[in-house]
Design a protein around this ligand. Structure first.
Ligand SMILES: *Cc1c(COP(=O)(O)O)cnc(C)c1O
Length: 410
């Protein structure tokens, strides 16, 4: 157990989460600005040549170059690391830069990577196409099947990789159990926690070695910029990650770090509201005759509902469902929506809907799509901050149009 505050017995010492979301990492300049200072600079100058030498040697504190670090980026890194209690963080230009760097910094030719098969399209490409080109052996398992993890890990593994809630089919994985199996096999665990956000689940608290985020999704949450973050121990950061990222250059722009800092300030308010709307939408969809399947961890019908209730502090902001009539009906639904926009992003203030089979998961082989339940009629909805009543009305008329086309064709 962590230390508890004497004034509030039972509560961990230190500021609460809502306070950390707003003030974590804040370092004011001598001007005392209210909002975080934006240090929009690529480099830094030195008083003397000897000082430059000392900073490059690491013997003098101070920034060197924004590919290595930048004061605005540091504020973002400290704020997000503080949410998971991670010792260290490196912020990246996108979520995929975070995923790739976290894996590539520790894998070498001949190493074995065991990953869950239910992955975001680009994660799937990194694992199955890009890393194997460098001699990394990749094995995919059904991430919800602990026996499958056990079987593959028994053959040895350097790294284990999975999405804690998968995109777009919302499989909820038993993170503590997978971490225990990976540790027993001597493997490092990299958890993609994008869909969970650090509000629902904190992989580092459960013993994962690395937790990765796309800042593009809920953290910005307002459609403005790309970004990502890699959370880990100080040792992993210094020994594995820094030597890789310093020289390969996936660094986050200071401007985007500033935007993401502002995003974190309202993250809790937005995610709570979006999750409430998602639950209402999921329950409403489950009763709709034109919908053949609804996937949302907050529904009793979700295969991992009990696990989600035990493990997560909420059920997430994304609802995935299948419309009757396959791709044509799904396209008619998307084209008929008047409020919800067609977009492959998610976690945004604006409600967004996508057809994974033809967009985010287009590059995944058909058989893999089928194995993870990405059928032609499947759509992924990310409710935004609009009123839930308006979204339900929009879905109602959209589903009527989706079914209407089918009826007319019959
Ligand atoms: C979007 C996403 C990423 C990649 O994030 P980008 O910021 O778009 O690069 C990685 N993992 C998951 C699960 C995602 O949904």
């Amino acid at each position: 157990m962590s230390e508890t505050s004497s004034r509030h017995p039972g509560r961990p010492a230190g500021p609460g989460r809502a306070t950390r979301l707003v003030r974590g990492g804040l370092e004011r300049s001598p001007h005392g600005e209210t909002s975080e200072a934006l240090y929009l600079t690529s480099g830094f100058v030195y008083e003397t040549a000897a000082s430059a030498e000392a900073r490059f040697k690491g013997e003098e504190e101070g920034y060197v170059y924004s590919r290595y670090g930048n004061p605005t980026v540091t504020m973002f890194e400290e704020r997000i690391a503080g949410l998971e209690g991670a010792e260290a963080c490196f912020a990246t230009a996108s979520g995929m830069a975070a995923v790739f760097s976290a894996l590539a910094c520790q894998l070498s030719a001949g190493d074995r990577l065991v990953a869950s098969r239910a992955l975001f399209g680009s994660c799937f490409q990194v694992v199955t196409q890009i890393l194997p080109r460098f001699g990394v052996e990749t094995v995919l398992v059904d991430g919800t099947d602990l026996e499958a993890w056990k079987r593959e890990l028994a053959k040895g593994a350097k790294v284990v990789f999975f999405e804690t809630i998968s995109n777009p089919t919302l499989e909820v994985l038993d993170l503590p159990a997978i971490v225990a199996l990976a540790k027993a096999a001597g493997a490092t665990v990299v958890a993609d926690n994008v869909f969970s956000t650090p509000l629902l689940l904190r992989p580092i608290e459960h013993g994962a070695d690395v937790s990765v985020y796309s800042g593009t999704k809920h953290i910005d949450g307002q459609g403005r910029c790309l970004g990502g973050a890699i959370l880990c121990s100080r040792k992993f950061h210094d020994d594995r990650l820094l030597p890789f990222v310093r020289h390969t250059g996936p660094a986050l722009s200071p401007f985007n770090a500033w935007t993401l800092l502002k995003g974190l300030e309202t993250l809790e308010l937005r995610v709570e509201r979006q999750a409430r709307t998602a639950q209402a939408v999921a329950e409403w969809l489950e009763a709709h005759p034109a919908v053949t399947r609804v996937v949302y961890p907050g529904l009793a019908s979700h295969p991992q509902h009990a696990l989600a209730a035990r493990l997560l502090e909420g059920f997430g902001t994304v609802v995935t469902f299948e419309v009757q009539g396959g791709k044509e009906a799904a396209f008619r639904l998307l084209d008929s929506l008047e409020i919800v926009d067609i977009s492959n992003n998610l976690g945004d203030a604006k409600s967004l809907i996508t057809h994974p089979a033809t967009t985010t998961h287009r590059s995944m082989p058909e058989e893999q799509r089928r194995a993870t339940g990405i059928t032609p009629g499947l759509v992924r909805l990310s409710p935004g901050l609009e009123s839930a009543e308006d979204l339900l009305a929009d879905l109602e008329q959209g589903l009527a149009a989706a079914g209407g086309g089918r009826a007319a064709a019959e």
